[in-house]
Design a protein around this ligand. Structure first.
Ligand SMILES: [Zn+2]
Length: 147
């Protein structure tokens, strides 16, 4: 199947995907991203609802309000990670719209459908990703020795 196309590293400059295949993939990945996005919205909604029902019942009006505000702040913080993911998803949707989605941000290599399927918000090919991870790991390591 064409799923294998472009997933081999030596195909860094791969341009052999037929436009129809690409169009189909664009539809597929857009769907994946939209679905991820609505999942985040649903989760956020649930977090907010659960947070707000914790303290409301037994407390006085004034404490209610404070608790409500605290919960709002908490929910906001909890959703920081989700918001970051949301930003990535929005970015990826933009990348699809302007045709950059398939290509690595760092080296312009073909990222590959399988990698994008596994990580729909990635902007890097596996080689650049591994390079960055190595860099991150070594900087984490040097931070740890400071303790
Ligand atoms: Zn790259």
């Amino acid at each position: 199947m064409s799923d294998q196309i472009g997933d081999r590293r030596e195909e860094a400059g791969f341009e052999g995907v037929a436009q129809e295949v690409l169009d189909e993939k664009i539809r597929m990945f857009r769907e994946i991203l939209f679905e991820e996005r609505s999942k985040i919205f649903q989760n956020a909604q649930r977090t907010l609802t659960e947070d707000m029902t914790i303290d409301v019942n037994e407390l006085s009006d004034e404490v209610d309000r404070t608790a409500f505000e605290q919960n709002q702040a908490l929910a906001f913080r909890l959703r920081n990670r989700e918001r970051q993911l949301l930003n990535k998803i929005e970015d990826s949707i933009k990348r699809i719209e302007n045709g950059k989605y398939w290509w690595c941000d760092d080296c312009d290599a073909w990222i590959g459908f399988n990698r994008l399927k596994a990580r729909p918000v990635t902007t890097l090919c596996i080689v650049c990703k591994e390079k960055r991870e190595r860099k991150e790991r070594s900087s984490h390591h040097s931070k740890k020795t400071d303790y």
